[in-house]
Structures are given as structure tokens and as C-alpha cells.
Design a binder for this molecule. Structure first.
Ligand code: SF4
Length: 470
């Protein structure tokens, strides 16, 4: 069968519009299906669009394909539905299947646009779904996947890349050494998607994949693990093998800050040519860390970043603003800390409720979400009523953070200014709405214009009687 797997592009208003690295879901599912004899093409829409909505034209391969599958995260869900609707309108008999974290949380929503939805991990069921042996419209309970059974990713399926003489013109190899996370941060969709389980792939299998990528010409990799070193003893076994292989191959991955406490791990990471650690720092407001259920202290963050930098790693620190305990002052402190910490690069997000997370459930229950349009669920928009800061002030803090952090780096400063110029251009409606919303808070007496110490308490959206952005 011919199968098209699509990673939809975010709309222009998104932060992530330019991201080029493919997500793993389609590559894994595609590799499994290809192994089973199907013809598969994977579309990452940031690179090659699957559908031109202006002239209602599907990519020729989608017209030929028997089955069209989508891997969705929240801020690409609407684009997935847009393409799926076009497929169904033009070719009603084609089968449309959805997977990914967003539709796992809201399968009924996705079902309005297609035939089947896979909730959770799809590896164990995908062949049966394609072969027609599983016919339920919502396929659940798929979580007992053994990640050692996942084949080496077949990158030749990627549309938009050239694959010649066994080499592909992709710069960074996507690899996975583990799946899931044993922690349970309130805002994170990982544990909702995979259960609170952490699976480590056999180190020999990961090495096999590294060597294959190396022989294809890759000299850089990104390990897509959400928490690369969650079981240090197992991670070290793999790292020792990577050190012994002595490849001219650098790589990066995502870690928790506590990795900095393990000197043996840091030595191994260095010798295994890990260059960049992506760290979910989130905040230096202790109450925010507690509220997120982050299980780390401000001291861990402060000493951790310093240790990693002293070891010579490039540290990319990721911060979140907008916890219930966040005020203008605590956010400012976190922004200032990010600069003082000398972290190599910083990324800031506004807290956003991903469907399926505890944060989402809580905010829905308390009627605090005022933006329902999934296109805005990317971390660069304020979507719910914060408790101690108005929405417009929080939005401005987000812009200010980048301006402040990159003020001495001309290249990053220009890039972030240009990025925000485009962002604002595509978010005029949203900005108008946020300003109006904040004005309503003032008008109804919930905030004082100049007040720094603000308490919006358990204010609900319906008390403001404003139209939702949806
Ligand atoms: S530690 Fe990271 S991956 Fe794990 S639950 Fe928290 S945010 Fe998610």
C-alpha cells in the first residue's frame, strides 16, 4: 500500500514556524510500515507542504496514497484537520488516521476529520490498523511497546531531502535512546502520552543506529529523549560504548539539571562528544517549581548551570513564565538570572495548557482558559487568566526576556527582533484581543493599572463576559 505520513506545519503565528528537525513519530511508524512491505513517504510540512490551501491542491503523492496519516501536537492539530478535510473531500474513500499527543488527549475531536485515531503509542498496532485487522475508530491501550523492537529509522522516506549513494542532505541525525520520563511535571505531555514510565533502548541497538548514521555521513545528532539520563547507570553503559567507538560525531539531548551533580556522567558525556545540553530550568521562583511539580530546587539550578558551563558544555536553558505564583517581579528575577547564569542560550515560553496534562484539566475546570484556538498553543501566547499578572503584561515580559538576554549578541538580537516582528505581524488579531481582555480586567476593577502586586485569585473567564478567541 502507498502511505503518506504528515507532520503538519504550524501556522505563521507560531514560534516554531521555522523548525526544520522532523519529529520522531512519523519516522518510527514509517520505518515499521516500510519493513512490512509498504511504500511510505514522510512529509515535514516546514520543508515540503502536503497541501496548498489557496488552490485546494494536495501534493501528488497524497492523491496516489491509499492511506494518509498525521502525527499531531496541539499547535499543528488544526492544520492536520485542514489537510485531512481536503483529503476526505477530494478522495472520500482514502483512509485518514491520526496519532500523536494532541489527538491522544482529544480523540473524538480528531475523529470528526478522519477514520481512526491511535491513542498513545502506535508501534504495536499500526500494522494491524493498516492491514484492516483493527477497525475500531479509537484504538486505545497501546502502551506496552518494547522500544527495542523499533527498527533503525529509514530516513530515505523523508520528502524534501535528497538521498543519494546512501547519503542524505540532512545535517542533524534524529536518534532515540530512551522514551518517556519518570517525573510528572504538571504542564508536560510526556507522561500523559507514555505513562509515567521510562524505557531505555538496548545500548547495542542505539550504537548500531549511531554507526549507521555515521556511515551515511552524519557528523551531528540530536537524541530526542525527553530525559536522556533518567537512569544514570543505563545511560553510562551506552556512553562508554560511544566513547570506545571514538567517532568524529557530536551530539546533544535534553536533560534535567540534576545531571550536573553526577561527575562521572559529566566526564562520560564530555568524552562521548556531547556538546549541548538542553535543560528545562523553568524558573527560579521556588513556588513556581513547586507548583509545576518539577522536583528541583533553585539551588540545583544555580549550581547546576555553573557546573555544566565549567565543564565546557554549551547549555541551552529553557524557562517558563506564568505560574500561579509568578508576579512581574518573580518573572523579572528569572529573566535576570538567565542572563547572570551565563547560560549559552536561553529559551522562554509562556506557560500553556496542553490538552491531556494536569495543567489543562485544572484550568478548564476553573474556567480560566480564554484562547481556545489550537494554533496559539505554542508557548509564545498567553491563553489563560494568570493569577498575579495581567495577560498583556505577561505577553510583554515574554518579548522583554529575549530582548534582555540577547542584548549583547548582535546576531541573536537581530534574529529574535526579526522573529518577533514577523510574529507580531501574524498575531495582530491576538494582540488586539489580549489588550482588550486586559482592559476589561481593569474596567471591571480586577486590576489597578500600575499595580505590581496583583491578585486575580480564582477569576473565571465567564465573569468577564468576553468572547473567547476560538
Ligand atoms: S522532567 Fe521534563 S520530560 Fe519529565 S515530566 Fe518534567 S518536563 Fe516532562
Amino acid at each position: 500500500m502507498k502511505i503518506a505520513l504528515i507532520e503538519p506545519k504550524p501556522f505563521f503565528n507560531s514560534y516554531y514556524f521555522w523548525r526544520k528537525l522532523p519529529l520522531l513519530g512519523n519516522l518510527i511508524i514509517g520505518s515499521i510500515l516500510k519493513e512490512n512491505g509498504h511504500e511510505v513517504k514522510v512529509f515535514k510540512e516546514n520543508i515540503i507542504p502536503a497541501y496548498n490551501e489557496k488552490n485546494d491542491e494536495l501534493h501528488p503523492y497524497l492523491k496516489e496514497a491509499d492511506i494518509v496519516g498525521f502525527s499531531t501536537i496541539t499547535h499543528t492539530a488544526k492544520r492536520a484537520y485542514q489537510i485531512a478535510d481536503a483529503v476526505k473531500r477530494q478522495f472520500p474513500s482514502k483512509k485518514v488516521i491520526f496519532g500523536g499527543s494532541h489527538v491522544s488527549a482529544l480523540p473524538e475531536e480528531a475523529l470528526l476529520h478522519g477514520d481512526q485515531v491511535v491513542v498513545g503509542e502506535a508501534e504495536n498496532v499500526i500494522n494491524d490498523i493498516i492491514d484492516g485487522n483493527i477497525t475500531e475508530s479509537i484504538v486505545r491501550d497501546t502502551r506496552n511497546v518494547d522500544i527495542n523492537d523499533i527498527p533503525i529509522l529509514d530516513l530515505s522516506m523523508m520528502e524534501g531531502f535528497k538521498f543519494r549513494n546512501g547519503k542524505i542532505n540532512m545535517k542533524v541525525a534524529p536518534i532515540m535512546a530512551s522514551r518517556g520520563c519518570p517525573y510528572d511535571c504538571k504542564f508536560c505531555s510526556v507522561t500523559r502520552m507514555f505513562g509515567r514510565r521510562y524505557k531505555v533502548k538496548d545500548s547495542d541497538l542505539v550504537m548500531e543506529e549511531v554507526l549507521k548514521r555515521y556511515n551515511e555521513g552524519f557528523r551531528k545528532a540530536f537524541f530526542y529523549d525527553d530525559n536522556f539520563a533518567a537512569i544514570p547507570s543505563k545511560t553510562k553503559v551506552f556512553l562508554e560504548k560511544l566513547v570506545r567507538a571514538n567517532l568524529d560525531f557530536t551530539w546533544s539531548s535534553q536533560f534535567r539539571i540534576e545531571v550536573a551533580k553526577d561527575k562521572e556522567m559529566l566526564d562520560l558525556l564530555k568524552r562521548a562528544k556531547c556538546t549541548t545540553l538542553f535543560i528545562g530550568v523553568e524558573s527560579i521562583n521556588p513556588k513556581a517549581l513547586e507548583d509545576f511539580n518539577k522536583n528541583e530546587s533553585v539551588e540545583d539550578v544555580k549550581t547546576g548551570i555553573k557546573t555544566l558551563l565549567d565543564y565546557g558544555f554549551y547549555v541551552h536553558s529553557m524557562f517558563i513564565m506564568g505560574a500561579d505564583s509568578d508576579t512581574e517581579e518573580t518573572i523579572e528575577e528569572t529573566i535576570k538570572f538567565s542572563k547572570q547564569s551565563k547560560t549559552s542560550t536561553a529559551q522562554y515560553s509562556i506557560l500553556f495548557p496542553i490538552p491531556g496534562t494536569r495543567l489543562y484539566d485544572e484550568l478548564i475546570k476553573k474556567d480560566r482558559i480564554f484562547v481556545k484556538d489550537w494554533n496559539y498553543y505554542d508557548g509564545s501566547h498567553i491563553l489563560f487568566l494568570p493569577k498575579k499578572i495581567t495577560p498583556i503584561k505577561l505577553q510583554k515580559k515574554f518579548f522583554h526576556a529575549y530582548k534582555y538576554f540577547y542584548r549583547n549578541n548582535i546576531v541573536y538580537w537581530v534574529v529574535s527582533r526579526l522573529g518577533f516582528f514577523l510574529w507580531k505581524l501574524h498575531n495582530r488579531k491576538y494582540m488586539k484581543y489580549i489588550r482588550y481582555f486586559s482592559k476589561q480586567l481593569f474596567k471591571k476593577g480586577y486590576t489597578k493599572k500600575k499595580s505590581l502586586s496583583l491578585d486575580l485569585g480564582n477569576l473565571q473567564v465567564n465573569e468577564l463576559k468576553v468572547k473567547l478567541l476560538s
